[in-house]
Design a protein around this ligand. Structure first.
Ligand SMILES: [Fe+2]
Ligand SMILES: [Fe+2]
Length: 237
């Protein structure tokens, strides 16, 4: 235990409790959305990568289950109806080709990874435990997505679509961080729930993907064309 750690509901203010519940719901949504998206995409996967994708879907499903168990233990309710509602409201974008699925695997999944890393030291102890486990597993399935994208981009077979699909999934990846500079961000940081503002995680994410973006012969789009709130000091070079 560390100072500031919170274990039980009795130790929480109503705002803190609300934030924790919201975090679990969002995480459950993201994990299940990932499982659905990659599950739908299985039809596009070449035999060579079948095992990898099935394993990946399995991992995303297990992450969802881990979060949903934590939610049940804490709230004594099921997260499933909440997640279903959210999925109906904000449907998961599906990839419609192997190339697009690889792009999603690279950018959507990587965005989620950097987002999660902000919660590794979370003051709500049960959440911290689950996140640390998920982060470790995410790290394991990330590199391959990146390699596949670079390889497919360099093949020259996707020149007509590669930049547009990159932009589409870059935006979706960035959206997973939530809006920067919100009061919710500030509350979460002040109470040790997360480390930094969403804007800072966006920067890490961009730094992280930069070498592969270059190797794949892609360019970062003009930030305005992403049509979302972004910090002004992201390095888009
Ligand atoms: Fe996951
Ligand atoms: Fe993942």
């Amino acid at each position: 235990m560390r100072s500031g750690d919170v274990l039980r509901e009795e130790e929480m203010s109503p705002e803190y409790r609300r934030m924790v519940v919201q975090m679990m719901e969002s995480q459950a949504y993201r994990e299940l959305a990932a499982a659905h998206m990659f599950g739908y995409g299985l039809r596009f996967v070449p035999d060579k990568w079948m095992k990898f994708m099935v394993w990946h879907i399995q991992e995303e499903t297990e992450h969802y289950q881990a979060v949903s168990k934590m939610y049940r233990d804490f709230t004594k309710e099921e997260v499933e109806p909440r997640v279903r509602e959210r999925l109906a409201d904000k449907p998961v974008p599906f990839a419609e080709s192997w190339f697009e699925l690889a792009m999603a695997q690279f950018l959507y999944d990587r965005g989620g990874f950097w987002q999660l890393k902000e919660y590794e030291e979370c003051s709500f102890v049960p959440y911290r435990g689950v996140i640390q486990k998920i982060v470790k597993e995410e790290a394991g399935h990330q590199d391959l997505g990146e390699k596949i994208v670079v390889e497919l981009c360099r093949s020259g077979d996707h020149e007509d679509v590669k930049q547009a699909l990159f932009q589409k999934w870059l935006r979706i990846g960035l959206l997973s961080f939530g809006r920067p500079g919100t009061p919710g961000n500030r509350f979460a940081i002040e109470h040790g729930l997360k480390k930094r503002d969403s804007g800072e995680c966006m920067k890490d994410f961009i730094e992280d993907i930069r070498p592969s973006v270059r190797d794949a012969g892609l360019r970062f789009p003009r930030p305005a064309s992403l049509k979302m709130e972004l910090p002004d000091d992201i390095d888009w070079s």
